[in-house]
Design a protein around this ligand. Structure first.
Ligand SMILES: [Zn+2]
Length: 216
């Protein structure tokens, strides 16, 4: 079974979409990656990195833009976070690839963006662990949910939303944990009462439905 890890900070033997930590380095050594301007990493001169980001995003192995998004606890001022997020959304939309969303206390900001924007890109909210009613508010928009280590806790919001989340909008990830992706699939499989193989198939099909850069 090839269970894909849709967002991780660690290279591993299985298929992963690695979150690149920087703009330098050897692209050839990375199979699939995402590249973005994280709200923690933004500074006034973020536009200087923009050309580099655009260039990297042309690599066919760049499967997503991100992490990008909002964080009210940590990182740059919202006056910087908002234009950086919107520029990255436009880029993802143009390339027809998803944007991996980092969102901490920013659900209202995302919703406001989605309501005012005619053609938002596909957005994958990574590490979803908020109450199910907040997820439901996003279902009118092209938003999917990536579930990680919180699934190991049966009472978590992540576990609760997974049971109700439309199947077409589910992804699984390890993020910065050191769990194996198989552990996450196993937890999701128990919660959904679906075999791991079927889940692996589902998440891959979900990706290939929403992205022009397909997984084999
Ligand atoms: Zn991450």
């Amino acid at each position: 079974m090839s269970a894909i890890d849709f967002h991780t900070h660690q290279l591993s033997a299985s298929t992963v979409i690695l979150n690149r930590e920087g703009f330098e380095g050897d692209e050839a050594s990375i199979e699939y990656f995402s590249i973005g301007l994280h709200p923690w990493a933004l500074s006034d001169n973020w536009r200087e990195k923009w050309e580099k980001l655009k260039k990297l995003s042309e690599n066919p192995n760049c499967l997503a833009i991100g992490e990008a998004g909002f964080d009210r606890i940590k990182g740059a001022d919202l006056e910087l976070q908002q234009p950086a997020f919107e520029s990255q959304c436009q880029l993802a939309q143009k390339l027809n690839i998803p944007l991996i969303l980092h969102c901490v206390r920013g659900h209202d900001l995302l919703l406001a963006y989605l309501k005012k924007t005619k053609n938002p890109p596909q957005i994958i909210w990574h590490g979803w662990n908020l109450k199910p009613h907040l997820a439901e508010e996003l279902l009118d928009f092209p938003v999917s949910f990536s579930f990680g280590k919180q699934l190991l806790l049966p009472e978590s919001n992540a576990a609760k939303w997974l049971t109700r989340c439309p199947g077409k909008r589910i992804f699984l990830e390890t993020d910065d944990s050191n769990l194996a992706i198989a552990e996450i699939y196993k937890s999701a499989s128990l919660i959904l009462q679906l075999p791991c193989e079927q889940l692996a198939q589902l998440t891959k099909e979900n990706w290939n439905r929403i992205s022009s850069r397909k997984l084999p």
